[in-house]
Design a protein around this ligand. Structure first.
Ligand SMILES: *[C@@H]1O[C@H](CO)[C@@H](O)[C@H](O)[C@H]1NC(C)=O
Ligand SMILES: *[C@@H]1O[C@H](CO)[C@@H](O)[C@H](O)[C@H]1NC(C)=O
Length: 160
């Protein structure tokens, strides 16, 4: 898998499985990431939501036990392995420059740079576009989904 595709997949999975905004993904402080056998914990530095007007750290934890799709954690680890020999990046928070952190997602062509939420958003969209071009509605029809749907009515659920 190319680094571009891996980066796109990582952004997509973080967005879809953890409901993270591109601006959240931009602010992942990878210096505080914790990987254990069963969980991956990521910390977002000063996301858009605040508590009592104060910036917070948001924690997201994915449990491999409770979530059968351990793919996001695997993708995260595969992504990190690409940069295992590079020093971590340090950057200032895009809105609160008094905070600095270790950003997760890097520029595909220049690994010494991180990317912003706009680029992250483009990565997510590129995976979504891929999904719409490869999904084939005719294959559903061939499997008889349409006729099954046609038979369902309220009385089938006991509401009639
Ligand atoms: C990534 O790095 C290249 C080369 O330095 C630069 O031209 C490009 O604008 C960067 N992309 C982003 C999204 O920062
Ligand atoms: C729903 O199912 C019931 C019993 O199977 C049938 O009598 C009824 O006509 C159906 N209604 C519609 C709108 O298809």
């Amino acid at each position: 898998m190319s680094l571009l595709r891996l980066t796109q997949n990582l952004c997509f999975l973080l967005g879809i499985t953890w409901f993270l905004r591109p601006s959240d993904i931009e602010r992942i402080n990878d210096g505080k990431a914790l990987v254990s056998a069963n969980t991956l914990r990521l910390v977002i530095l000063a996301p858009k939501e605040k508590r009592s007007g104060r910036p917070i750290e948001k924690c997201v934890v994915i449990s491999v036990d409770s979530n059968p799709s351990l793919y996001p954690a695997a993708c995260y680890q595969a992504y990190k392995e690409c940069f295992i020999y590079l020093p971590p990046l340090i950057r200032q928070h895009p809105r609160l420059p008094q905070f600095s952190y270790v950003p997760l997602v890097r520029n595909v062509t220049d690994s010494d740079k991180c990317i912003g939420s706009e680029r992250i958003s483009n990565h997510i969209k590129s995976v979504l576009n891929l999904a719409t071009t490869t999904a084939s509605p005719t294959s559903l029809r061939n499997q008889g989904y349409q006729s099954t749907c046609g038979r369902i009515n309220e009385s089938d659920f006991g509401w009639g």
